[in-house]
Unconditional design. Structure first.
Ligand code: FE2
Length: 297
């Protein structure tokens, strides 16, 4: 297999897939067939793009990604392309991210951008209404898709580029490594329906209801949670969420690591939580991210 897969230096649960320059070179010709606009306008073109990536790895990349993402013991792949050469530009990364997503499933429509993906910056100053783009705040551990009707099985995040950045490390926590998983996932309040809404920038015009904890097909706990968006309706729910938030943030088993620009974190959204450490203050700091979230085929 011409695919290099190793345990990530931060955790054996995270599988690191290195893509060498030689393999990336082979993608240039098939990628040139598609413009960013045609990928946005014609959903079928994304499948053909994904197939061209899989062909470079003899069909092994789709099998590997599906296995890693669905396996409870792993559930996160970090794809690290060797993009030092400037010909692998931002359009290349959008196409690579699109292809990776379509090897495992279908993206949900991203209401923040009205596209199948979203690109956004984190900078020194920010006037938005959520923690996502607040550089000097901890982005607490959470899952995605908590306030939308669609299922969100997986999440893909690509670091497009960054300049003048110190701090802002990625933070991940696997539910099975969390010290308080048993205690809180078996708490009856965690199984109650909570109301979830979202701030204006998310462009979601409705509220949804679901519990924080559910169970997967084999009876193991899954989580759907973010600190900003549940609307507790009584003292019991409010205190439960506070306890949950504290117990997640104080976990000693969080995996904290710097992500190389150009790399993608591809994670199962049911048993992995993700977050970000605060950045060190710098008025010129800039990080651009791309995200796609969706469902398995
Ligand atoms: Fe998120």
């Amino acid at each position: 297999m011409n695919l290099e897969i190793i345990d990530h230096s931060a955790s054996k649960r995270i599988q690191s897939i290195k893509v060498k320059e030689k393999e990336l070179e082979k993608l240039i010709f098939p990628f040139n067939k598609h413009s960013i606009q045609s990928l946005e306008y014609k959903p079928f073109s994304r499948f053909s793009l994904a197939k061209s990536i899989d062909d470079v790895f003899d069909g092994n990349l789709s099998k590997t990604l599906n296995k890693i993402l669905k396996d409870r013991n792993t559930g996160v792949a970090i794809i690290e392309p060797d993009i030092k050469n400037s010909k692998f530009d931002k359009d290349f990364l959008v196409k690579l991210s699109t292809g990776l997503a379509y090897l495992v499933g279908l993206p949900n429509f991203d209401l923040m951008t009205d596209k199948y993906y979203a690109r956004f910056y984190v900078k020194h100053s920010d006037s938005s209404d959520s923690y996502l783009r607040k550089a000097y705040r901890n982005l607490d551990l959470h899952t995605d898709g908590t306030f939308v009707k669609e299922k969100t099985d997986w999440l893909l995040m690509t670091k497009m580029e960054e300049t003048n950045v110190k701090g802002g490390e990625s933070v991940l926590l696997h539910l099975d490594d969390w010290e308080h998983c048993e205690e809180l996932s078996s708490d009856p309040v965690g199984k109650q329906n909570f109301v979830w809404s979202s701030p204006k920038s998310k462009n979601v015009g409705y509220k949804v209801e679901h519990p924080v904890f559910s169970k997967d097909g084999s009876g193991k706990p899954t989580i759907s949670y973010i600190d900003q968006f549940p609307e507790p309706k009584n003292m019991e729910q409010g205190l439960f969420l506070q306890k949950l938030s504290d117990a997640l943030e104080e976990s000693k088993n969080k995996i904290i690591f710097p992500l190389t620009p150009g790399s993608t974190i591809f994670s199962n959204n049911y048993f992995w939580l993700h977050g970000r450490k605060p950045f060190k203050k710098n008025i010129n700091l800039s990080r651009e991210l791309l995200r796609i979230r969706g469902v398995f085929f």
